[in-house]
Write a protein that binds this ligand. Structure first.
Ligand code: MG
Length: 398
């Protein structure tokens, strides 16, 4: 029986993790739950999974949460606010903490969990992208494991089992191509929020679905792969694979290539992050290669999707730059979802903010530097979005 705490329990990663826990009650037990603002769903989860502790991030929702489970006996410890989420992260005997909180908000609770000696099932990209300069030394210091729960990094991690140190030569990250992969570049200027939210293969949260449409998701995954697997950026490549059957590949020193395959189902990488190093039998739909049909590949289009190269550039700059890239992207995506900027403004905002950060760039940032850079970048996007000129971006892309 493995004790698990789940941060971001009402989001896409959170609910899928709880599906797994519900399916394998003999294998996993929930110690703590933390959610953002969805009281109703969190209350239902508390009833079903009976954690010892739970937190709601939005503070003034606490009384609502208390009322919603007032009849429960025994009562879990109930907390609120960011401090409450941090407390859940470090609480009790949980062996693994699943970090499904979207965005930079996941950074502080993840650090708290590491300092409490817990393994991290990493479903929050920002932990490494923004926080790697601080998080990686802590992983080493507290001797905990970082278990990737993202499909691509899980694929790489699975392929690497049994590969000796120094055996890895190249990573090939597969990308579905997102909602607009078959749309000509000149149509991108007009796309609406609802269009961008239609992902062809994966069922995910809103923010990451927009990131898939801009391909920033893949750029962020390149940075994450660099930190997770300690490989130079020029040895991490992106390949478009529209069917999302191959979840990524590794090339070894002798040019042998290993891949991990499966249907596009986030539960599989999540399950492996929870069960590692064991393999648990499931009754999930088995891969049928004949049904999967043709597996095709093509090169990424950097003109159509400038976010990938923005991410490579920020990754190579290192230090505080990936935190700025990530925060600028989060803010730009939020503005796009509010229909305050257009789709093509997203990369434009990010590029501008990263350019402006060059003079303040820290090569070895502290946690405070990272948090400050994150805050600054968000403000910069808000300031910049009013000055944007779509027609100019469009002509550059052509
Ligand atoms: Mg992914």
């Amino acid at each position: 029986m493995k004790a698990i705490t789940l941060l971001g329990s009402t989001g896409s990663i959170g609910t899928q993790t709880l599906d797994i826990v519900a399916q394998y009650p003999d294998q996993f037990q929930i110690v703590g739950l933390a959610a953002g603002r969805n009281v109703e769903m969190l209350a239902a989860q508390i009833r079903q999974f009976q954690p010892s502790i739970a937190a709601i991030c939005v503070e003034d929702k606490l009384s609502e949460l208390k009322d919603a489970i007032a009849d429960l006996d025994p009562q879990p410890i109930l907390l609120a606010g960011e401090a409450g989420v941090v407390e859940v992260a470090r609480y009790g005997n949980a062996e693994t903490v699943v970090t499904g909180i979207v965005g930079c908000a996941g950074l502080l609770p993840t650090i708290a969990a590491i300092e409490a000696g817990k393994n991290i099932a990493l479903a929050n990209k920002e932990t490494l992208i923004a926080g790697a300069p601080v998080v990686l030394p802590l992983i080493e210091k507290y001797n905990v494991k970082l278990l990737p729960a993202d499909s691509e990094h899980s694929a790489i991690f699975q392929c690497l089992q049994g590969v000796p140190n120094g055996g890895l030569r190249r990573i090939l990250l597969t990308a579905s191509g997102g909602a607009f992969r078959d749309l000509p570049v000149e149509k991108l200027v007009d796309v609406q929020v609802a269009d961008a939210l239609k992902h062809p293969n994966w069922s995910m949260g809103k923010k990451i679905t927009i990131d898939s449409a801009t391909l920033m998701n893949k750029g962020l995954e390149v940075i994450e792969a660099h930190y997770l697997f300690a490989l130079d950026y020029d040895r991490i490549e992106i390949v478009i694979h529209p069917q999302s059957i191959i979840h990524s590949l590794i090339e070894l020193q002798d040019t042998s290539v290993l891949a991990q395959l499966g249907w596009a189902d986030m539960r599989l990488p999540l399950l492996y992050a929870l069960s590692y190093p064991e393999r648990i039998y499931t009754n999930w739909k088995q891969l049928d290669l004949v049904k999967a049909g043709d597996l095709t590949f093509r090169a990424p289009d950097h003109k159509k999707y400038p976010c990938m190269q923005l991410a490579y550039a920020a990754g190579k700059a290192g230090g505080s730059m990936p935190a700025v890239l990530n925060a600028a992207n989060e803010q730009a995506v939020a503005l796009f979802l509010e229909e305050k900027i257009r789709f093509l403004d997203i990369p434009r905002c990010i590029e501008r903010v990263c350019d402006r950060h060059v003079s303040d760039h820290r090569t070895n940032p502290s946690l405070e530097d990272i948090v400050n850079a994150d805050y600054w970048a968000r403000q910069e996007v808000i300031n910049a979005c009013e000055e944007l000129d779509n027609s100019k971006i469009y002509s550059q892309l052509k």
